[in-house]
Design a protein. Structure first.
Length: 281
C-alpha cells in the first residue's frame, strides 16, 4: 500500500519558504492549505463528495467537485490509495496545529484544471479539460500536483526544528515520492495514447512540466549529466547529476497553484490562508 504522503508534501513547499521570521506553525499551515487542495481533489474523484466540514475547520466548500468516470483498474487503485493518504495528512496536520490550524480556503478543482490545461496547450481546449472525464485525464490531474509536492518537500525540511515535526515531514516526503513515481509510471505506460487534444500523453505531460518550470521563478543550473526538471516522462525521477531531486521555495509553489498569480488565482481563487501566502513576482 502506498504510504502516507501528501500532508507534508505541502509541508515541503512550505518548508522551503524564504528565510523570513516564520514559526513552525506557519510552515505547517502552508502545508495544510496544500493538503486541503489535494485531499479534496482525490476525495471528490473517488467519492463525488469533498472533505467533511469537520476536517476543514468549517472552511469554504471547494468548487468543481465531481466523481471521476471511466477509471481503469490501475487508476482506481492509485486513486483509492492516494485519497486515503491525503485525507490522513489533513487530519494529522490539523491535530498537530490544534487551535492554530487555518480553515480551508476557497479551492477550485474544476475550472482551474481547464485553465491550467489551456495555458499548457497555449489555446482554449474543446471540450474543456477535466480530470474527472476518464482515467487518462485523472492521471494528468494527479501529475500536476504530485511532482510539485516532491520538489516542495525537498526544499522545506530545513524550516522545521522540532524533531517530531521533522520526522513526520521526512516520512511524508517519502510517501509523496511514492505517489509521484506511481503516477509517472502509469502515464509513461500510456505515453503514446492520444489525449484527444492533438497531443500524445507524453507530449502533454512534457508541456505541463515545462509550463510549471517556466513560472516558478526558480532558475536552475542545468548540468549535462542531469535529468532536467522539465523532462516530462523521459525519466522516472527528474534529478541533478547526483540523483538528488530538485526543490522549490514556497513562493514558487504558490506561483504554480495560483496559475501565475501573486496573491491568488488558479486552484486558490482567494489565495491560501495563513502567513505564507504570496507567490514570487
Amino acid at each position: 500500500m502506498l504510504a502516507r504522503i501528501a500532508v507534508v508534501a505541502a509541508l515541503c513547499a512550505l518548508l522551503a519558504a524564504p528565510a523570513a521570521a516564520i514559526e513552525e506553525s506557519d510552515v505547517l499551515n502552508f502545508a495544510l492549505n496544500l493538503e486541503y487542495l489535494e485531499a479534496n481533489f482525490y476525495k471528490c474523484a473517488r467519492d463525488g463528495t469533498p472533505l467533511d466540514s469537520s476536517l476543514t475547520g468549517g472552511g469554504k466548500k471547494p468548487l468543481g467537485c465531481k466523481k471521476a468516470k471511466d477509471l481503469d483498474w490501475q487508476s482506481r487503485y492509485l486513486l483509492n490509495q492516494i485519497a486515503d493518504d491525503e485525507i490522513a495528512h489533513v487530519k494529522f496536520l490539523r491535530e498537530a496545529l490544534g487551535d492554530k490550524a487555518v480553515k480551508q480556503p476557497l479551492i477550485d478543482i474544476g475550472a482551474a484544471f481547464a485553465a491550467a490545461a489551456n495555458a499548457v496547450a497555449n489555446t482554449t481546449l474543446s471540450p474543456p479539460f477535466s480530470p474527472y472525464t476518464n482515467y487518462l485525464y485523472f492521471l494528468h490531474g494527479a501529475f500536476i500536483f504530485e511532482d510539485v509536492g516532491v520538489t516542495a518537500y525537498h526544499g522545506g525540511l530545513r524550516a522545521l526544528t522540532t524533531d517530531a515535526y521533522r520526522e513526520a515531514a521526512e516520512g511524508i516526503l517519502a510517501v509523496e515520492a511514492y505517489h509521484a513515481g506511481a503516477v509517472r509510471l502509469a502515464l509513461h505506460n500510456a505515453g503514446n495514447k492520444d489525449t484527444g487534444y492533438g497531443l500524445k500523453v507524453r507530449q502533454f505531460i512534457k508541456a505541463i512540466s515545462k509550463t510549471r518550470d517556466a513560472i516558478d521563478c526558480k532558475k536552475y543550473t542545468k548540468q549535462a549529466s542531469a535529468v532536467p526538471e522539465d523532462a516530462g516522462l523521459e525519466e522516472l525521477a527528474p534529478a541533478d547529476k547526483n540523483g538528488v531531486a530538485y526543490s522549490r521555495n514556497t513562493d514558487g509553489v504558490l506561483k504554480i497553484v495560483y496559475l501565475g498569480g501573486t496573491t491568488k488565482g488558479g486552484f486558490f481563487p482567494e489565495g491560501v490562508n495563513g502567513v505564507i501566502n504570496k507567490a514570487c513576482s
